[in-house]
Design a protein around this ligand. Structure first.
Ligand code: LLP
Length: 422
């Protein structure tokens, strides 16, 4: 099974769409993030098809990759956006995104962020606590505005994914416990400056089974019925993001499988009129990007072999943070044989945790180019400048053309805003 169909070998050399990755490395240097525009469109198409003729609003979970070029492609396709900060709001506004298609998630919204979002006119605030509800009511009331709200409830289901990216269990910091949700909704209904419009949940990320979603949906439906009994009627149901991608050989949950189940459950409960909101991040961008890197040195020893590359944990933190697997492909593969060694692919940063992949059987030589696959999501957006390393450039390929969508940071820019004491 192919991990990323838009990154294929043509004439023995790995390409992004029709552009050889080796050309991009030569032109723009490494490390380099390379995205495929077509891959974004195809990932979007899977959601569009899955929506059938129902009222489904897909709000791209932009924390996965918030480059303006990526946002702009999704905007043109009709996407809304799921934001988690005033910074993300500013990015959506910068590309002329429609605020009425923005949902504002996040557990720690500050007053200025609420203010900016109210001024812009977002579709909904996904509120995660009673304290946040109070603050939002005050901010909106003081502005003479009405804030549309959903409560993010915590349905206490196990998303069966890595504990760091599982969010729907009782012990997580996210959401309002479902048992108390009715009382908090009633509180919200009584507060000035708020209008209840929906209910929200997000149970985790890299989910490959439909059952956790359906368990969560069942609990939300029970809540929606309870709310209706109390005279609180909702317009939409937001199921969050979380659909997984194939990093290696994962079986995939398709948007169609998920949504067909959701439609069926809602119809069965007479709730087919509710708008469905989804907040997919990874599944829209994860396999639309690779991280290109050059082998600087090979280091062979009795215990281990290392390929020391010019990308590092500051460019892609997922392996060391989540023990995540990213496939590694030589851009121009060499013949492998029985004696081909296994390498740990490591970066130059002064940390033992600075590794990108472990135990990969690869025929390598110094100077070889490697593509770290599935680096479209949570790669650049989680990048840092640790070790005073400039963040790498980002390029988007469109057919046979490459566009730099963010240049490599310069060394000077890394500290030009800093000052020394007088
Ligand atoms: N909505 C909310 C409220 C979220 O917290 C998230 C992700 C999403 C939507 C999008 O989820 P997705 O469709 O991408 O699974 N850095 C981790 C993933 C963290 C996800 C955080 N929340 C990783 O690299 O695996």
């Amino acid at each position: 099974m192919t991990v990323a169909p838009h990154f294929q070998f043509l004439n023995g050399s790995l390409h992004a769409e029709r552009v050889p990755l080796a050309d991009l490395a030569r032109e723009y240097g490494t490390p380099l993030y390379v995205y495929s525009r077509q891959a974004l469109h195809d990932a979007w198409e899977a959601y569009r098809t899955a929506a059938r003729d129902r009222d489904v609003l897909v709000c791209y979970g932009m924390k996965a990759n918030s480059n303006l070029a990526v946002l702009n492609e999704f905007k043109k396709l009709g996407s809304g956006f799921d934001i988690v900060s005033g910074g993300e709001l500013a990015r959506v506004l910068a590309i002329g995104g429609d605020p009425s298609r923005i949902v504002f998630s996040g557990v720690g919204k500050q007053a200025w962020e609420m203010k900016n979002a109210l001024e812009a006119g977002v579709k909904c605030f996904n509120v995660e606590s009673e304290a946040e509800l109070l603050r939002l009511s005050q901010v909106a009331h003081a502005m003479g505005k009405v804030a549309p709200v959903s409560l993010r409830v915590n349905p206490d289901v196990d998303a069966q994914t890595h504990p760091y990216i599982s969010t729907g269990l009782k012990e997580n910091k996210f959401g309002i416990a479902i048992e108390t949700a009715l009382a908090v909704y009633q509180r919200a209904a009584a507060l000035p400056g708020l209008e209840i419009v929906g209910v929200d949940c997000h149970i985790g990320s890299q989910i490959t089974e439909v059952s956790p979603y359906i368990d969560a949906l069942g609990k939300l439906i029970a809540l929606i019925e309870e709310l209706a009994g109390a005279g609180i009627h909702l317009k939409h149901l937001d199921l969050g993001g979380g659909i997984g991608i194939r990093y290696t050989d994962e079986t995939l949950l398709s948007p169609t499988t998920l949504l067909d189940k959701v439609f069926q459950e809602l119809d069965r409960h007479g709730l087919g009129h509710l708008q469905i909101v989804l907040e997919p991040g990874r599944s829209l961008v994860g396999n639309a990007g690779v991280l290109l890197t050059t082998v600087e040195y090979l280091k062979h020893s009795e215990a281990k072999n290392f390929a020391i590359v010019d990308a590092a944990m500051n460019d892609l933190i997922r392996p060391t943070l989540y023990d995540a697997w990213h496939s590694v492909k030589p851009v121009n593969p060499r013949e492998r044989n029985a004696g081909t060694p296994s390498y740990d692919i490591v970066g130059p940063i002064c940390e033992s945790g600075d590794w990108l992949a472990r135990n990969r059987k690869l025929a390598l030589q110094q100077g070889d180019l490697l593509a770290i696959m599935s680096a479209g999501a949570y790669a650049f957006t989680m990048a840092s400048q640790y070790n005073t390393r400039p963040r790498a450039a980002e390029v988007m390929v469109d057919g046979g053309q490459a566009h730099v969508v963010r240049p490599r940071e310069t060394l000077e820019s890394l500290f030009s805003a800093e000052t020394t004491l007088p």
